[in-house]
Design a protein around this ligand. Structure first.
Ligand SMILES: [Zn+2]
Length: 279
């Protein structure tokens, strides 16, 4: 073995610790902790997921374009003055949305560990090959043993840089996960408490995925409308692009299509945001 078992266990622990931190920062909860019974102290913390949800809910009053530019101070002011009311239904939605985010993080941790393990296994079998070759050349001289040591440290260096490459790839994917999750919380806030007979639509960016445009635009370029009751609970997780459905939340990772309610001011007619004097 190129690495011993303890080293591999340490790699797992490092991955879990890193993903735990993401969970705490995003949701105020550790994705690997058993959910505590009763108060988890979530209510008092303005986590990024909660902030996104509340901004989504606030957009029901000010429009989504304006809500996206609302500052934390303004949002807190709206909550404390009761201008933005957080209902029990909101709290339940926020909690289930957080659970979905924590699940996504656990999947990411598993994926990350598997990637590293694959790299380690591959390096290990290469190393076994080198050892087998060396065994064939027995009469092994001291020089031969020295050369083997050099080869081993070379193999470890290669392994280290490949693990690092894996980490960089995963961290890039982590940014996508964070952005995608926050967009999901925002859109859930947008429809929290909204009549399920209402219609919603999405405005894709010019650079949006072809399949997003197919979902969101009619042939004449107008927006496709969906009845909320028909699309609530849709999820595209694990589906190929050709099978994507309209979702509350991003259609796919890195989807920045903006959700609107039909009763809201039309997407193209929302006023410019007026900076809040409170900052
Ligand atoms: Zn999209």
């Amino acid at each position: 073995m190129l690495l011993n078992t303890t080293t591999e266990q340490n790699i797992d622990a490092i991955v879990d610790a890193s993903v735990s931190q993401y969970g705490m920062l995003l949701t105020g909860r550790d994705p690997f902790a058993h959910p505590a019974i009763g108060d988890q102290g979530e209510d008092s913390i303005m986590t990024p997921t909660k902030r996104s949800f509340l901004l989504g809910k606030y957009s029901q009053q000010v429009g989504i374009q304006n809500a996206k530019q609302v500052t934390d101070a303004h949002l807190m002011h709206a909550v404390t003055t009761g201008q933005l009311q957080v209902t029990e239904g909101d709290a339940a939605l926020m909690q289930s949305a957080n659970e979905r985010t924590l699940r996504a993080l656990r999947r990411k941790a598993d994926d990350w560990k598997k990637q590293i393990r694959d790299v380690v296994d591959e390096a290990d079998s290469l190393w076994q090959g080198i050892l087998a070759q060396a065994a064939v050349g027995i009469g092994a001289t001291l020089v031969g043993a020295g050369a083997l040591g050099v080869q081993r440290s070379g193999a470890l260096d290669t392994l280290a840089s490949r693990v690092q490459g894996t980490d960089e790839g995963v961290m890039g994917g982590m940014d996508t996960l964070v952005q995608t999750e926050l967009a999901g919380h925002l859109q859930l806030g947008q429809i929290s408490g909204v009549d399920q007979d209402e219609y919603v639509y999405k405005v894709p960016r010019i650079v949006a995925e072809r399949y997003c445009k197919l979902l969101h635009l009619e042939d004449d370029g107008s927006y496709k409308r969906y009845r909320l009751a028909d699309v609530l609970g849709n999820s595209n997780y694990g589906l190929p692009a050709s099978a994507w459905d309209f979702t509350i939340g991003p259609v796919h990772p890195h989807c920045y299509c903006i959700l609107y309610r039909e009763v809201e001011m039309a997407a193209d007619d929302q006023p410019e945001y007026q900076a809040d004097p409170r900052g």
